[in-house]
Structures are given as C-alpha cells and as structure tokens.
Design a protein around this ligand. Structure first.
Ligand code: GDP
Length: 470
C-alpha cells in the first residue's frame, strides 16, 4: 500500500499525518482494517495501560548514527487544577533562569530551558494535559518526562488520574511532585497511599516511581526535583544527532500585530539554523529570525531547544511537524503535497453552505457540518469550540477540521473546499487571495463577532430554521 493511500485513510479518521509521523496503534489498526488487513498488536512491553506506540525518547534513539549526542529532557507538568502546576513552572523559572544571566527575563514562548549542574532541562510552559493531549492527538510526541503535581492537602483527584493515564499512554516516565507540603493540613502519607491505590507504585512502597515532597510556594524541594528529572532522563539515554537538518514540532503559534506569524518550534532532531527552508504542514517558508526563551536572537537551535521563529507566511497549528528541506522550491512542493493530502479523499464532496445545509442533510448528501474556524484570540476559539461540540443531534454533527488564530488564509479556504466545509471567521477577515479562492471554489465564509449569534446560526442551520442571507 502506498504511503499516500495510508495518509488518505488517516485523514478519514481525522489524523493529518505526514509520512514520517508516528501514529497511535488504535488509529493505525483502523486504517489497516479500512485497507483490508487484519491488524494485530506486535508487542506490549510497557506496563498495563500503556500503548505500543513509540515514545518520544524511543523515536530519538532509533536514529542510529555515530554523531548522536546526549540531549536535554523535555518535561511536561500535569495534574489536577489548583494543585500548583503554574506555581511550580514559575518557581523553577524564577530560581533557575534569572540566576546566571544578567537581566535574564524569560519571554513566554511556550517552553523554557534551565540549567542544573551544567545540564539543561526543557520545560513545556503550558501546564495541564489538554495541550499535551491535543498535540498527541495530532501525532506529535514531545515530552520525555511527566511531572505529576499532587497537592498534599487535597490528594489524588480526577484530573490527577487523567494525567497519569496520559503519561502512561505516551510511555513517559512519571515523577510525582507532592506539592503544598507547607500547608498545615498537608497529609503526605494519605496521598502516597492514594497513589498506590491508583497503581502508581512509588519507591517507598517498593515501586520505582519517584515521589518528591515540595512547596512551590516556598521553593522547597525544587532542587531535589530537578536532580531527579536529570536522573530519570539519564536512564532514558536521550540522544539526537545535531548534524542533521532539523525536524521539530510546533508547540505554540500566534499572529504578532507588528511582525506577523510567529511559531515556537521544539527542535527534536538536527539543528535549526537561520535561513533554513522549512515546511510546517501545508505551509512553507524560511527561518528569517529566531529567538530563544530569553528573547535573545540566536543563529541556531540544537535538539530539545525551544525557539520562536519568524518567516512563515501563515500561523501554523500546535502539533504540526517542522522539517528543513534543501531549497525553497522543494519546501514549497512538499507543502503543496501536504495540502493536497489533507484535502485527501474528501475531494468528491460538494460545497456546503449554511443556507442549504439542512436540505443537503435531508437529501443525505451531507452527514455532518465540517467547519474551519479562524478567530482572533485563543480564548474565543476555545469558547466557540466548547459550544460547537455541544450542538447537533445524533445524526447532525459539527466537526472542526481545522482551527487557528489569524485571518482566513488561502490554505484555510483550500482545506474547506476540499472537505466540504464552511469557514467561520470570528473577529477576523479573509486576505485577498483567500477571498478570491472562496469565490472561485464556492466556499461559504461566515463572519461573526458575537459567539451566541454564531452558535444560534449553526443551530438554526442544523435544524432547517436558518433565515437565508441575500
Ligand atoms: P494550577 O491550577 O495547578 O496551575 O495551580 P496554581 O499554580 O495556580 O496554584 C493554585 C493555588 O495554590 C494558588 O493560589 C497558589 O498560590 C497555591 N499554591 C501553589 N503551590 C503552593 C504551595 O506549595 N504551598 C501553598 N501553600 N500554596 C500553593
């Protein structure tokens, strides 16, 4: 079976993968079945509850090369709300980053690096497992170690369990940070007991999971925690080859008012350099400026380094893969290919408009409303997504096929055209090329600046109650 065929099938399951990407077993087995094969899982070596997908560290280690060097671990912090994830990220940043460097104020770029005993550690700066899961859902494996924060006065809570499950699913080693030990009602022993009841076998109970008591507020136990991260990382033997052209993952992206699209790349293999021709999903460009987490201009970024880059014509999506190609033309071609692949099999779909949606649904030519959502800020996007997901009856579903921040671009319209989707522009406009393309392809772009109006319209369209627009 050709790779194109597999990629097309994956799109049907909402996975927009590139050819080099690791795909979860569940999705892979569905695709195998679609293609007429009978899948079976080859090996399960990990503890129960984990999947047999390659973890980020395994992905690193499989690239055999003499030039491999040890790379910093990438750490994600997860846990229940209010247990102290943000406080922990802040205290590590404050104590470790400001120390060495004069005026070393960190910029929020989605990740930062600290140095402990001459070794670097990269922290993903978005606490919580939602961001992490969203990236994993897109096939991106970014972190090597998961810190699960549990408040000693509150114990294991639903999101603690979720976080543990996510870490295990990604085959990441876990370190428990038992936070808020300064609180008078802290009860570390009870929490440890709960952890064990949840199959988190900590050392004290004969397991191998490290549990470090800390107080993010008072800065206690932080050095120990960092030492343990390095220890756990060492056991993983994380290596990468800095001499290769870079590959990486977008961990955050936004539209800057003054300078245009910017994206934070976490380099995974190779070294990203100024002037590199890059392709990120369906977008190609060139690295025209690169900044580290201190806001300092840098010329290159080795593996496990987060850098904010400029030079992409559009805002990419978090979780998209970045690749460096030898020249501009190849990068453009690859982006074009990616775009066509994302259009995939959906090509035979007719165009959909909100006005005719109900009729099309009745006729059975449309079964769900595909939506490309562009909005001005992440906050609105989240709110709209939340409301949209609640809409629709059993057989009338709304499916978000792309979402992003910034104006509606030609790429958005292409994807909408290819997937029979409408475009929702919330507080944003289409650019010239996008508008021309939308007219040519008959893509319905709907403009809103009030969320409830948007939701009302979609709801009305789904039930055949929408007043036509002229
Ligand atoms: P998040 O929702 O997990 O990111 O939690 P936050 O970091 O926002 O912390 C929630 C609350 O707990 C805040 O009011 C913090 O000041 C407080 N907090 C966090 N860590 C500690 C700690 O070690 N000790 C105490 N006493 N309070 C803490």
């Amino acid at each position: 079976v050709t790779s194109n065929e597999i990629i097309r099938q994956l799109i049907k399951h909402s996975v927009f993968a590139s050819i080099n990407q690791v795909v979860e077993y569940e999705k892979a087995s569905l695709v195998a079945q679609d293609l007429g094969f009978e899948p079976s899982q080859a090996e399960i070596t990990a503890p129960t509850g984990t999947r047999s997908t390659m973890s980020a560290s395994e992905a690193m280690a499989t690239r055999d090369d003499k030039n491999m060097v040890i790379t910093p671990p990438v750490v994600t912090i997860m846990g229940h709300v209010d247990h102290g994830k943000t406080s922990l990220l802040d205290v590590i940043r404050k104590t470790k980053v400001a120390a060495g460097e004069a005026g070393g104020i960190t910029q929020h770029i989605g990740a930062y690096q600290v140095e402990v005993n001459d070794k670097k550690i990269t922290f993903l700066d978005t606490p919580g497992h939602e961001a992490f899961t969203a990236m994993r859902a897109r096939g991106a494996q970014v972190a090597h170690v998961a810190i699960i924060v549990v408040a000693a006065d509150d114990g294991v809570m639903p999101q603690t369990r979720e976080a543990i499950d996510h870490a295990r699913a990604a085959k990441m080693p876990i370190i428990i940070a038992l936070n808020k030990i300064d609180r008078p009602n802290a009860n570390p022993d009870r929490v440890k007991q709960q952890l064990v009841e949840n199959d988190v076998l900590i050392e004290e109970y004969g397991g191998d999971i490290i549990c470090v008591p800390i107080s993010a507020k008072k800065g206690e136990g932080i050095d120990e925690l960092l030492d343990y991260i390095l220890l756990v990382a060492e056991l993983q033997d994380l290596k990468a080859n800095p001499n290769l052209p870079a590959t990486g993952v977008i961990i955050e992206a936004k539209l800057e008012k003054s300078s245009g699209p910017s994206a934070t790349v976490l380099v995974q293999q190779g070294t990203l350099k100024m002037g590199d021709n890059i392709v990120v999903g369906p977008i190609s460009g060139k690295v025209r400026a690169m900044f580290n987490d201190r806001g300092k201009r840098v010329q290159k970024a080795p593996p496990s380094t987060p850098v904010s880059i400029m030079g992409l014509p559009e805002v990419p999506q978090a979780g998209d893969h970045l690749e460096v190609l030898e020249d501009e033309k190849t990068a453009r071609q690859q982006a074009q290919k990616e775009l066509e692949q994302r259009r995939g099999e959906t090509n035979n779909l007719g165009q959909v408009s909100l006005d005719t949606l109900y009729t099309q649904m009745q006729e059975g030519t449309v079964k769900e409303l595909n939506v490309v959502l562009k909005s001005d800020v992440q906050g609105s996007a989240e709110a709209i997504k939340g409301s949209l997901s609640k809409l629709g009856e059993e057989n009338l579903k709304v499916r978000l096929i792309r979402e992003g921040i910034g104006n509606v671009s030609e790429t958005d319209v292409h994807l909408a055209a290819a997937s029979g989707a409408i475009v929702i522009a919330f507080n944003v406009k289409p650019d010239g090329a996008a508008l021309r393309e939308a007219q040519k392809e008959g893509v319905d772009i709907r403009y809103y600046n009030i969320i409830y109006k948007l939701i009302d319209d979609i709801q009305a369209a789904l039930t055949g109650m929408l007043e036509p627009q002229y």
